[in-house]
Write a protein that binds this ligand. Structure first.
Ligand code: ZN
Length: 409
């Protein structure tokens, strides 16, 4: 039996590369060629006009919190602090929350990884400690070079799965090397206190070129000008903001205000405690919340987070880069519009380092060419192939992911 992995040549596709849209792509574990003819020995796959995008980057998640479902006790808050105050007593009192907290951390994190990979997010930035469990096999790449603090609100309060504190914002920021992103929640709310957190960051010397602020809901265009002047960046989580506050960061105004904004703003799903089901749903929330064009949104889940999170190899299709890809159904308006029309059940293929992780049964030969054992799973009522390792982990996980089940054992 042959044991080597064959290169795969995708043809008749619409492939979003840094140099425009092309129709063919050769991959091994890395991108081998763009817009070149297949070579002898390749598996040639006709994608019938399907769109190929770089694997998405989800710039913000709390991977261990995605199985709780949405949690709040009021319709609308003015500041995340009031939401936290509402939930803190419930952590001990509410039976469902306690049950969800009692699952092994590895299982809780796995559900976060599964959420991301099924939505074509091949890289995710986790906000909280980089738990030991994330260093073992995991469904997606997790950013592992980052500094973080939770927020000014929870500097001394427990926020991690083992009760780790949120951390002193100034100390943690100044301890983060300039070449590593420092990620912190700030201005998560609509009141004066939330608005004042930007000035507080700046006064403490924490608004630097590697500072990445999550939320910024209360910011004005003037605040954004200050962020730009310091070279800092924003992770936008519109679904979470709308859920808690009924409004979100005025990102379109920021995008209009300066040409560099497109590279300084990226999108994150946040966890499902407040956010969308996954990054694909989050993109639709972002599109509905703003008149932002689809290419700007595509940048917010590819090249922008790659720059902001200092991920040299991610977020673009370039020769020599890892073959982290997302294939979605055809769309006359092009790959960015195709992405906005895609839900996780529509995803045709996700590859990480050229390894098919989940895909349509029609793309079974790709699993064969890449020597990846597979099993059938159902995703929201549609049959999909998953690499065996992922399917086994789904079957073994004590936490069920709604809409996902193994079809073969
Ligand atoms: Zn968050």
């Amino acid at each position: 039996m042959l044991t080597w992995r064959r290169p795969v040549s995708f043809v008749n596709a619409r492939i979003a590369t840094g140099r425009g849209i092309v129709s063919s792509l050769r991959i091994g574990s890395r991108i081998l060629a763009i817009d070149e003819r297949p070579r002898a020995g390749d598996l040639v796959v006709d994608l019938n006009g399907a769109c190929v995008l770089p694997g998405l980057i989800n710039a913000h998640d709390h991977l261990e919190l995605n199985h709780y479902g949405p949690l709040k006790r009021r319709d609308c808050y003015q500041n995340a602090s009031a939401w936290i105050d509402d939930l803190r007593p419930e952590l001990q009192r509410d039976g469902a929350i306690r049950k969800n907290s009692a699952y092994p951390l590895a299982a809780r994190l796995f559900i976060g990884g599964l959420k991301n990979v099924l939505a074509g997010a091949t890289t995710v930035a986790h906000h909280n400690p980089f738990y030991r469990e994330l260093g073992r096999w995991f469904p997606v790449r997790v950013v592992n070079r980052y500094g973080w603090a939770h927020s000014f609100l929870l500097e001394r309060q427990p926020v991690g799965a083992h009760g780790e504190p949120g951390g002193d914002v100034r100390e943690r920021c100044l301890a983060t090397p300039a070449g590593v992103p420092f990620i912190v929640h700030a201005s998560e709310g609509t009141d004066d206190e939330a608005a004042g957190e930007l000035r507080r960051l700046d006064t403490l010397g924490c608004l630097r070129s590697n500072t990445v602020v999550v939320h910024g809901v209360a910011w004005t265009p003037g605040d954004w000008a200050r962020v730009v002047a310091r070279g800092a960046s924003l992770i936008w989580c519109p679904a979470s903001n709308l859920f808690l506050f009924g409004r979100t960061t005025p990102v379109p105004e920021f995008l209009d205000s300066d040409t560099a904004a497109g590279s300084r703003i990226c999108l994150g799903s946040d966890s499902r405690v407040t956010g969308a089901r996954d990054l694909l749903d989050e993109l639709r929330v972002a599109a509905a919340a703003t008149p932002t064009d689809s290419n700007a949104l595509l940048r917010m889940v590819t090249t922008a987070p790659a720059g902001i999170l200092k991920l040299r190899d991610s977020g673009r299709i370039v020769v020599g880069g890892p073959a982290d890809l997302l294939v979605v159904p055809p769309n006359d308006k092009g790959p960015a519009e195709a992405l906005l029309a895609t839900s996780r059940r529509d995803v045709l293929l996700v590859t990480i380092a050229g390894r098919p992780v989940v895909g349509s049964p029609a793309l079974r030969p790709v699993f064969g060419a890449r020597r990846t054992a597979m099993r059938s799973i159902a995703v929201d009522g549609v049959e999909r192939l998953a690499e065996s390792r992922l399917a086994r982990a789904i079957a073994r996980c004590p936490i069920a992911e709604p809409g996902v089940e193994c079809l073969s054992s």
